[in-house]
Design a protein around this ligand. Structure first.
Ligand code: SF4
Length: 106
């Protein structure tokens, strides 16, 4: 089932979209992240969107990253950038929400 969800084209566009926003729309990203609330719950869904990240693994049942200590790209460290990212992420793990959210009135 998860594999079928990943076939959605919007998930493939998410990575270049986030890269484009991070590089060319830093003001948008700053403003959106300033309004973002919550914290990461380490569910690992954002590491398995269109494809499973090569550096993703499970450490004692907990999702983990082989690179985390040394390097995190903007796409990883700033996820989710906005509600659109949350919607993409929810296609992968609809039963367990991301720890980040935006209030409805934002
Ligand atoms: S989807 Fe959200 S809660 Fe899950 S690992 Fe990514 S940022 Fe953290």
């Amino acid at each position: 089932m998860e594999r079928l969800r990943r076939l959605q084209p919007k998930l493939f566009w998410g990575t270049p979209r986030r890269l484009w926003l991070n590089v060319f729309r830093p003001g948008y990203v700053r403003a959106s992240l300033a309004r973002r609330q919550g914290e990461c719950r380490r569910c690992g869904a954002c590491c398995r969107l269109a494809w499973r990240c090569h550096f993703f693994y499970h450490n004692k049942e907990m999702p983990a990253c082989r690179l985390y200590r040394w390097y995190r790209s903007w796409n990883c460290s700033r996820f989710p950038l906005d509600r659109r990212d949350l919607a993409d992420r929810d296609l992968i793990m609809p039963d367990q929400p991301c720890g980040y959210f935006w209030q409805d009135d934002d």
